[in-house]
Design a protein around this ligand. Structure first.
Ligand SMILES: *Cc1c(COP(=O)(O)O)cnc(C)c1O
Length: 363
């Protein structure tokens, strides 16, 4: 049966417990048996809800949807190599975070939650605010004061209350957790339902390749909601016998804020907090990634690696993307830069373009 489990103690909680961490303060995972019905899937509209039997909400659940998922996979030539770009920047709010938000907010509707708080450096906040607006849930988003004006304007347009917090990204997280005393904490990195939304990117890639796994997936990584989600999704497909091996997962960090990269190089099981420097790639500037152990395990188990790219490499990749007709965020360009930097990549390489370029326009 579906249930929540504490990563530290192994304690179980019912799937409908309105909690976001365990009694001991630990991270929660969701234990769940997905089912895949390829025939039903093929007959459904092109959104992530076409995999309903593999999304842990039950068959009769009402879903909060803006038509997210099933983003196009297009060939892009990069330094003489052809990669497949998954165009997540075309999601309803302009980033892949819509996958997690659609599933998480659908779950919160089921739980009868009326009010949420969360913290974000921008895109997760925009996604949660949009799906809360759709669901009629009141929403308060804590953002670092340095968040780009376009992202703040987007969050406000969905009717969410914005709280700008001076200081670091961690100061923002602390302020939001404090506010969670009076509202449900809909955090994208704490909440396991978010990952059961982001995992659908793996289902789509495999379906779009004709039910075949790619060889490599290269993603930008901050907290790891996309990388860990993809790992969960690919494992579920493998366990269901739909693919025979996992793609190598390559995580790309900004060299200005690279705790996972440092841990990877040192062979550590989890990351230590770093002091971040300013980077173009604000979407992945996470100095203390909450689920670092899980990220590193996923990368290690798939034979992947973690690489770091500097702002000059990100700027070059951003320019190359634009010249290929793709207007994306610097954080997304980091993954393209990572393709050039990673060692011995071959076969089918998929790169999610995580966020839209309009989000990071500087006036
Ligand atoms: C959130 C985000 C990322 C990184 O996701 P993590 O969950 O922090 O690893 C990358 N690119 C964009 C555009 C994002 O919004």
């Amino acid at each position: 049966m579906t249930h929540l489990v504490c990563r530290d103690t192994g304690d179980h909680y019912p799937e409908d417990a309105p909690i976001w961490r365990s009694d001991s303060g630990g991270l929660l995972d969701l234990k769940f048996e997905p089912r895949f019905d390829l025939k039903a899937t093929a007959e459904r509209p092109p959104t992530l809800w076409r995999y309903r039997e593999a999304i842990p909400l039950g068959d009769r659940a009402e879903v909060v949807s803006l038509g997210e998922g099933f983003t196009p996979l297009v060939e892009v030539s990069l330094d003489g190599r052809t990669i497949l770009a998954k165009q997540e920047q075309l999601s309803p709010t302009g980033s892949f975070k819509d996958r997690g938000a659609s599933v998480l907010i659908s779950k919160l509707v089921q739980l009868g939650i009326k009010r949420v708080v969360m913290d974000s450096s921008g895109n997760a906040g925009a996604a949660v605010a949009a799906y809360c607006a759709r669901a009629g849930i009141a929403c308060e988003i804590y953002v670092p004061e340095s968040t780009s004006p376009a992202k703040v304007a987007q969050i406000e347009s969905y009717g969410a209350d914005i709280v700008k917090v001076p200081g670091s990204r961690e100061d923002t997280a602390r302020a939001a957790m404090k506010a969670a005393d009076h509202a449900y904490y809909a955090s994208h990195c704490w909440n396991p339902y978010f990952f059961h939304g982001t995992k659908t990117i793996a289902f789509e890639i495999v379906e779009q390749l004709g039910w075949r796994a790619p060889d490599v997936m290269v993603t930008p990584v901050g907290h790891g909601t996309l990388l860990i989600g993809a790992y969960i999704g690919f494992c579920e497909l493998r366990d269901a016998g739909l693919i025979d091996r996992l793609p190598r997962l390559i995580g790309v960090q900004s060299a200005c804020c690279a705790p996972l990269h440092a841990a990877w190089r040192a062979g550590l099981p989890e990351a230590e907090a770093v002091a971040p420097k300013r980077t173009l790639a604000e979407g992945i500037s996470i100095s203390n990634p909450l689920r670092s152990r899980q990220c590193l395990e996923a990368v290690r188990e798939t034979g992947g690696q973690i690489v770091a790219v500097d702002d000059e490499e990100i700027r070059d990749a951003l320019q190359d993307a634009g010249r290929s007709g793709l207007f994306i965020e610097p954080a997304s360009a980091a993954a393209l830069a990572g393709v050039k930097k990673a060692e011995s990549l071959d076969g089918t390489i998929v790169v999610p373009l995580t966020g839209h370029g309009l989000k990071a326009v500087r006036a």
